[in-house]
Ligand binder design. Structure first.
Ligand SMILES: [Zn+2]
Length: 440
C-alpha cells in the first residue's frame, strides 16, 4: 500500500509545517479565547513572538483544571453555530464538579476522521476488510470514528452495537470480520468466551485487532495475540482532544506514529516543566495544530512516554511515542473508564457523610484494571441512610454505577479492619466471579 504523503516528509519539512500551523493556533487562541488572551497579555506575549519551538516554552501550560474551569463553552474559539459535535469527558474526568466539554467544527470532525483513516491504512486495512467495532458507544464517543473511518476507506462495517461477547463472536464468524476494534478488557473477555466455547482462532477470520482507548501493555498484547491468532495493535488519543487518532502503531510494533501534522508534542520533566533530552522518559504535552473549535496550547496530558525520531522499518518518517507506561498523577483505569480516587472519595462522602475512611481495590488481569472494589468504614454511631445496613451497600453500589457507568463491589467493614495502604492492586488469576457486562 503506498504511503500517505505526510508519512514521508523530511524532519525539516515536518518541523516547518508545525511552526506555520502553531502560529495559526496561537493567533486563533489569542484572538478568540479570553483565557489565552489574558494569559498572553499578562506575560506580554503576542502570537508573533513565538517564532521558534523554544519560544513556545515561555507559554504557560494548560491543565485539566483550566479546561474544567471554563465549562461549558468558555474555551471555544468559534461561535456555537460553527460547532457540529460536542463531546463530554468521562464522568470522573471532571474538576470542581464540571466535566470537560470539547467542541468540534466540521473541519475538526473531518480531521479526526482522516486521522483514523490513516491509522487504518497504516495497518493495511483496505476496502476488502470487514471491520467490527465492539465498544460501549455511550461511554466512549471515539467509537463512532472507528465506524466513520472504516466506511470512508471503503471497508465493510459489520453490525456493531453494545452487545454480549457471545453475540460479538457470532457476528465475527458469520460476517467473517477481518478487523476487530475494542478495549483491552473486552478483548480479554472475548478471548475467555472463545475458550469456554472451544472456539479456535482458526474459526475466526481476524487479520488484526485494534485496542483502545487505554494503552496496550506488552503483557496484554502477547496474551491476546495468542488468543486471536492475529497481531494486536495499540492506538493513542486524549479525551480532551481526539481519542483515538493522535498516534497509532504500524506493523513494525516499535512505537506509535504521531500525527505530527495535527498535534505538536513536547516531552517534559513533570517536576520541573523543562524539556527532557530526546530518548528520555517524560510527560507528554500537546498543542493542537489545526483544531478550530477547541484549540489547546501546551496541554499537560499526565501520560508518561518516550519520543523517538529514529527511522522506522515501515518507511514512515513521522516520529513515534512508546506505549504509555504510566501517568504522572494517580488516575486509575477500570474497564477503560478513567477514575481519580480523590474524586470518587469526594463523591461517596457527598452521598454519605458518615463514611469515615475507605480503600479502593483495583482487581487487574493481564495488566488491565478489571474490577473495582470499595472497602469502607462508617462512623459507628451514625444511622444508616435508608433501609438500614442491609440496603446500604446496594444503595451505594447503584449510586456509583449510575454516576460512573461502572459496576463496583462495596464492602462495609470495621474501621480497624481496613488495610493500611490507600490503594491496593490485586491481580485476578482466575475468571472474575461476576459475568462481564459490557454495559458495565
Ligand atoms: Zn512504522
Amino acid at each position: 500500500m503506498p504511503l500517505n504523503p505526510i508519512d514521508t516528509l523530511s524532519r525539516k519539512d515536518i518541523r516547518q509545517l508545525q511552526l506555520e500551523r502553531l502560529q495559526t493556533t496561537l493567533n486563533r487562541a489569542y484572538f478568540n479565547v479570553d483565557f489565552y488572551r489574558h494569559r498572553m497579555d499578562s506575560l506580554e506575549l503576542l502570537p508573533e513572538d513565538v517564532a521558534t519551538f523554544e519560544d513556545l516554552r515561555r507559554f504557560p501550560f494548560t491543565t485539566r483544571r483550566d479546561l474544567a474551569d471554563h465549562y461549558p463553552y468558555g474555551l471555544f474559539a468559534v461561535p456555537l453555530r460553527s460547532i457540529v459535535r460536542l463531546k463530554v469527558s468521562s464522568p470522573m474526568l471532571r474538576d470542581r464538579g464540571h466535566p470537560i466539554v470539547v467542541g468540534f467544527t466540521r473541519h475538526d470532525v473531518g480531521m479526526w476522521q482522516a486521522l483514523m483513516m490513516r491509522l487504518y491504512e497504516q495497518l493495511e486495512v483496505t476496502d476488502r476488510d470487514i471491520v467490527q467495532v465492539a465498544f460501549n458507544f455511550a461511554l466512549f464517543p471515539g467509537a463512532l470514528t472507528f465506524n466513520q473511518a472504516a466506511e470512508s476507506i471503503g471497508a465493510t462495517l459489520a453490525p456493531s452495537a453494545t452487545i454480549s461477547a457471545t453475540l460479538q463472536l457470532q457476528i465475527m464468524q458469520d460476517f467473517r470480520s477481518t478487523v476487530l476494534a475494542t478495549t483491552a478488557a473486552f478483548a480479554l473477555h472475548l478471548a475467555e468466551t472463545m475458550k469456554r466455547q472451544q472456539l479456535e482462532p482458526a474459526n475466526l477470520h481476524l487479520k488484526i485487532v485494534l485496542i483502545g482507548p487505554d494503552p496496550l501493555a506488552e503483557e496484554t498484547r502477547t496474551h491476546l495475540e495468542r488468543a486471536f491468532g492475529a497481531p494486536v495493535y495499540g492506538l493513542y488519543g486524549v479525551s480532551e482532544m481526539v481519542e483515538p487518532g493522535i498516534a497509532g502503531e504500524c506493523p513494525a510494533k516499535n512505537g506509535l506514529h504521531w500525527a505530527e501534522d495535527q498535534f505538536l508534542a513536547e516531552i517534559i520533566d513533570p517536576a520541573t516543566g523543562e524539556a527532557v533530552r530526546q530518548g528520555q522518559e517524560g510527560e507528554l504535552v500537546i498543542t493542537t495544530l489545526t483544531a478550530e473549535g477547541y484549540p489547546i496550547v501546551r496541554y499537560r496530558t499526565g501520560d508518561v512516554t518516550v519520543w523517538h525520531e529514529s527511522p522506522c522499518p515501515c518507511g514512515r518518517s513521522l516520529a513515534r511515542i512508546s506505549p504509555i507506561a504510566r501517568r504522572t498523577d494517580n488516575r486509575l483505569s477500570v474497564r477503560g473508564i478513567p477514575l481519580y480516587p480523590e474524586q470518587l472519595e469526594a463523591m461517596l462522602a457527598s452521598i454519605d457523610p458518615a463514611i469515615d475512611d475507605l480503600r479502593l481495590v483495583v482487581h487487574t488481569r493481564h495488566g488491565i484494571g478489571e474490577r473495582l472494589e470499595i472497602l469502607l468504614a462508617r462512623q459507628p454511631d451514625r444511622e444508616f441512610l435508608q433501609g438500614g445496613r442491609a440496603h446500604y451497600q446496594e444503595f451505594l453500589r447503584s449510586h456509583v454505577r449510575r454516576a460512573l457507568g461502572l459496576g463496583v463491589r462495596i464492602q462495609l467493614v470495621e474501621r480497624d479492619r481496613l488495610p493500611r495502604e490507600g490503594l491496593i492492586r490485586k491481580t485476578i488469576f482466575k475468571r472474575a466471579d461476576t459475568p462481564y457486562d459490557q454495559r458495565r
